[in-house]
Design a protein around this ligand. Structure first.
Ligand code: SF4
Length: 155
């Protein structure tokens, strides 16, 4: 059983009220059991909502209080991101989730790259807040561009 970013299945959870539907993820999901979740909505944020990026580090740094998640105008949404990460972890633990398939580059869901905080479309190495927490707790996180790796993990 896997967690999947809700927006990858076509749910309109994205910050701009849209989605990131991925046909391959849906097809893959039909082979098993995917549990959709959106950490930002679980953290209490509205949809649509302002775009945010992690400032001063990545999700691991947010978890330790060294970085923040802010809008372009500087509004601090870190608390909601931390709450969403904890709620997602609670869901994973409650259901005995073994892995997660999350949206690439998101400040919540990105597993290996995230936007760099400049709101210019540039990316940097690092994880989003939820992906970082799941990873720290031993739940491997893949993104929609790593389906072959996920398949290998499944054996
Ligand atoms: Fe998709 Fe994750 Fe962003 Fe929610 S937080 S819209 S699931 S990328």
């Amino acid at each position: 059983m896997f967690l999947v970013s809700a927006c990858l299945l076509g749910l309109n959870t994205k910050y701009n009220g849209g989605h990131n539907f991925c046909r391959e993820v849906l097809a893959y999901g039909k082979e098993g059991l995917l549990i959709p979740c959106c950490p930002e909505q679980l953290g209490g944020l509205a949809t649509p909502r302002p775009a945010v990026e992690i400032q001063g580090g990545d999700g691991r740094d947010v978890l330790t209080g060294k970085a923040k998640v802010c809008t372009r105008q500087g509004d601090d949404t870190t608390a909601a991101f931390l709450r969403g990460a904890q709620e997602t972890l609670l869901l994973a633990n409650t259901l005995g989730i073994t892995a997660a398939l999350l949206k690439a580059r998101s400040p919540s869901c990105g597993n290996d790259m995230i936007y760099d905080g400049s709101f210019s479309g540039r990316v940097k190495t690092g994880a989003g807040v939820t992906a970082a927490l799941l990873g720290e707790k031993g739940i491997p996180v893949f993104n929609e561009e790593q389906l072959s790796e996920l398949k290998k993990f499944l054996g």
